[in-house]
Design a protein around this ligand. Structure first.
Ligand SMILES: Cc1cc2nc3c(=O)[nH]c(=O)nc-3n(C[C@H](O)[C@H](O)[C@H](O)COP(=O)(O)OP(=O)(O)OC[C@H]3O[C@@H](n4cnc5c(N)ncnc54)[C@H](O)[C@@H]3O)c2cc1C
Length: 379
């Protein structure tokens, strides 16, 4: 049983946010900017955030040329522009909120490798630039073949396209800074607090968390609750158009004389690599086993890691010896529609989930829109 004091002073909040990734923390900060005195609690199941926000590649990206061309097959041009705008405003919000230095933001260049199979994409460069120019104010993409050689890329790389509006950040420092800002703004964060269930009641939402030491369940209550559990949302809200998608990543040991600088994509955004502290961080390959990678289990597979190793040796570092230091994985969320789900679920519960491979970019803006929904309350 909980004590009288615990029941009186520990269970009620104005706002509860479930999930302590970039979206959850950003939502908490956007709520705080509107309600200086509100009590705000973030419940995170892991000791650390345990989804994608501390396990990604740190690309501050608005999309590569081939990725945007793919989007134009499934979305209208207006929808494509809206998604790029969301990425851009999310990045601006993140940078303004935390400062470039704190998040290790740098514009070292962003490039897409074009192999023989993708050369046709170059024919659409002008048209995509024209589509995005009203939003970006200048050309999104430009040809940059002269850099293939200085970067030491493999012979399969026929062309290089520069994205003129992308940067990179240090994922660890950015999430650390976000959490520190929450703490400094009296946002309470409980880690190791896995939400087992959520129920909309007459005048509040009830959020149930297991208390292993007392062998019981604790029920928190709040006027408004946000679900920011991204790939893990099906456990709380079944029947959403949302599937998990695992991303596997490796990092090399430091490489002397590394010539690569900036962030790079290839194969329609399915592979991505960057330089970090003199190492190469490289991830992707989900497309090799889409069904197998539709999982929320953190693990790596020989199929994908051997593919990453082979591409590292042939495309990224063809003339440079390297050693892989270690690997990890993170879990994203995808759906039939590429846009995130930001909506009211019931009278006291809102959703901000399905960030795809764009959460670093869009997460802060999604948090802002979600906070606005929560503050507006249900009609
Ligand atoms: C390998 C990889 C590379 C990526 N690279 C980039 C990139 O370069 N640029 C980019 O923009 N995006 C990138 N992404 C995508 C980006 O990381 C995600 O879109 C973003 O982090 C999602 O943030 P989130 O807060 O919605 O979800 P998450 O970070 O997954 O946070 C959800 C949190 O909810 C918690 N949780 C889940 N269930 C419960 C529960 N029942 N109770 C309590 N807590 C719970 C989880 O532990 C987790 O911490 C990448 C992702 C991966 C995996």
């Amino acid at each position: 049983m909980l004590s009288y004091w615990e029941r009186e002073s520990f269970l009620s909040y104005d706002y509860i946010i479930i999930g302590g990734g970039i979206v959850g923390m950003s939502t908490a900060l956007s709520l705080r900017s509107r309600h200086a005195r509100a009590s705000i609690l973030v419940l995170e199941r892991g000791l650390l955030p345990t989804g994608a926000s501390t396990r990604n590649a740190g690309f501050a990206c608005i999309g590569s040329l081939t990725e945007i061309l793919d989007d134009l097959h499934t979305m209208t041009p207006d929808e494509v522009v809206r998604l790029v705008a969301l990425r851009r405003s999310g990045l601006q919000r993140l940078r303004e909120r935390l400062g470039d230095e704190a998040i290790g933001y740098a514009e070292c260049g962003s490039y897409e490798l074009i192999t023989e199979g993708e050369v046709a994409a170059l024919d659409h460069l002008y048209e995509v630039n024209e589509l995005l120019k009203p939003l970006l104010g200048s050309e999104a993409f430009s040809r940059c073949d002269e850099k293939v050689h200085p970067f030491g890329l493999g012979s399969a790389v026929r062309h290089l396209i520069r994205n003129n509006h992308e940067g990179q950040l240090h994922t660890g420092r950015a999430m650390r800074a976000l959490i520190d800002l929450c703490l400094s703004q009296r946002i309470e964060i409980k880690t190791g607090a896995e939400v087992a269930g959520i129920e909309d009641c007459a005048d509040h939402a009830a959020v149930t968390v297991g208390h292993p030491h007392l062998d019981m369940q604790v029920v928190y209550r709040a006027g408004q609750v946000a679900i920011c559990t991204n790939a893990f949302t099906q456990n709380l809200v079944p029947d959403l158009d949302l599937q998990p998608g695992r991303g596997q990543v490796l990092v090399t040991k430091p490489i002397s004389g590394l010539r690569i600088r900036g962030v790079f994509h290839f194969d329609h955004g399915y592979y991505y690599f960057r330089e970090v502290d003199g190492r190469i961080l490289f991830g992707g390959g989900r497309r090799l086993d889409i069904d197998g990678e539709r999982t929320d289990t953190f693990a790596h597979t020989d199929l994908i890691l051997s593919d990453l190793r082979a591409k590292l040796a042939s495309i990224i570092l063809p003339d440079t010896p390297f050693e892989i230091d270690y690997t990890w994985s993170g879990i994203m969320a995808f759906g039939s529609d590429k846009a995130p789900i930001i909506r009211r679920y019931s009278r006291h519960i809102c959703l901000g989930v399905r960030m795809g491979g764009m959460g670093v970019a869009i997460g802060s803006e999604v948090g802002e829109q979600l906070a606005l929904l929560m503050v507006a309350k249900a009609p």
